[in-house]
Ligand binder design. Structure first.
Ligand code: KG4
Ligand code: ZN
Length: 350
């Protein structure tokens, strides 16, 4: 069977054709980075309008690359939660329309669960049961994953997501959007021990939660000075560089290390608590080379199996929507009044 999968939860318009044997026949991702760059973050209304323009060409290209037509499809799967309301609606409307026009079953995809399922697709073998760590622009959550339709939340961020913290810190350091890759690049030339930024909640072994907004504020105070609202000039020439009192690379490296310490520490705690021996990591931040390296060291030390997909399957894509194959086989199709469920998934403060 051939599934068309559609992903428009945030600022990537993506479509893929996958088979029920999890073969990937095509994958197309249209990024909107250039539209959001000058705002240093995703502007929801700009994102949804861009999805409207791109969704049909992206679907067309996915079908063409896969060498199939609409008549060859057996189902349409679409991410309907969580995400930006307007963005989700574009993908869902396109999916429903195709289902009506071609008399196909509609399948729902949970975007966060799909990020974990990317590990199944990349490894080519079963990953369950596992601890799932999702680190994206909107979410940083930990799940007990017993199967592709059985995810139990164990914890997550109580404020900013890890990717959001990368994006905001990059912005205050004057680095380009998206912030994660910019910080990673700047950090390569920096000393991660230069600044001792806080590791919020890391020592609290009762909780599998994260908090990154205070860490972001600590970076801001380092750059601007405590209580100051305007940042000192971070880089440049002439008088600006004369005023510079810190190294962007050192701050980037020290910040990145603090985030990674929290992510690795809580992943280890979740494995300990569940007794599971497999960790699956997904989401845009999982593309970070230093995080991948630190997790590999942790897996070797603690003797667990680590799955992180290649970077193109970490950031948003439609291939991971292949998680819907399980629902198709189980007959878990959706009615055509399926709605979007945008809300951020947050851990409750104790
Ligand atoms: O999963 P994703 O593509 O979209 C969401 O579902 O949010 O994640 C995007 C996030 C952005 O915050 C971006 O800065 C971050 O992932 N990111 C990275 C890297 N590549 C993307 N963060 C750290 N290091 C990277 N190399
Ligand atoms: Zn995502």
């Amino acid at each position: 069977m051939n599934l068309l999968t559609i992903e428009t939860t945030c600022d990537e318009t993506a479509a893929a054709v996958v088979t029920d044997r999890l073969e990937v026949l095509s994958s197309v991702v249209a990024s909107q980075d250039e539209l959001h760059e000058r705002f240093s973050g995703v502007v929801p209304e700009i994102a949804s309008r861009a999805h409207v323009e791109r969704i049909l060409p992206v679907i067309d290209e996915a079908l063409r690359k896969a060498g199939v037509t609409l008549a060859d499809l057996d189902a349409v799967a679409v991410a309907n939660t969580p995400g930006l309301a307007g963005s989700l609606l574009v993908g869902l409307t396109a999916a429903k329309t195709l289902c009506v026009a071609c008399n196909l079953p509609l399948l729902a995809v949970n975007h966060l669960q799909a990020h974990i399922y990317a590990c199944r697709l990349a490894s080519g073998r079963d990953i369950f049961p596992c601890v799932g760590l999702i680190v994206s622009g909107g979410h940083s959550n930990i799940y007990r994953c017993e199967g592709p339709t059985d995810f139990t939340p164990l914890g997550g961020t109580i404020d900013d997501a890890a990717g959001e913290a990368f994006d905001k810190v990059a912005s205050l350091l004057g680095l380009p959007y998206p912030g994660g890759p910019s910080i990673e690049r700047a950090a390569r030339a920096g000393n991660p021990q230069r600044h001792r930024f806080p590791r919020p909640l890391l020592d609290d072994r009762k909780r599998l939660d994260f908090s990154f907004s205070g860490l972001k504020t600590a970076v801001r105070y380092m750059v601007a000075g405590p209580g100051k609202s305007r940042c000192r000039e971070p880089s440049g020439t002439g008088s600006a560089s004369a005023r510079r009192t810190y190294s962007i690379s050192d701050i980037a490296a020290s910040f990145q290390e603090a985030v990674i310490d929290c992510l690795v520490g809580k992943a280890e705690l979740a494995l300990e608590r569940t007794g599971y021996r497999t960790l699956c990591v997904g989401g845009g931040v999982a593309a970070n080379g230093r995080l991948r390296q630190r997790l590999e060291v942790s897996a070797a030390q603690h003797g667990y199996e680590l799955h992180i997909p290649p970077p193109t399957l970490c950031t948003d894509n439609a291939v991971m929507g292949a998680i819907a194959v399980v629902r198709l086989i189980a007959g878990l199709t959706e009615p055509l009044d399926l709605d979007v469920f945008p809300g951020l998934v947050r851990s409750a403060k104790p």
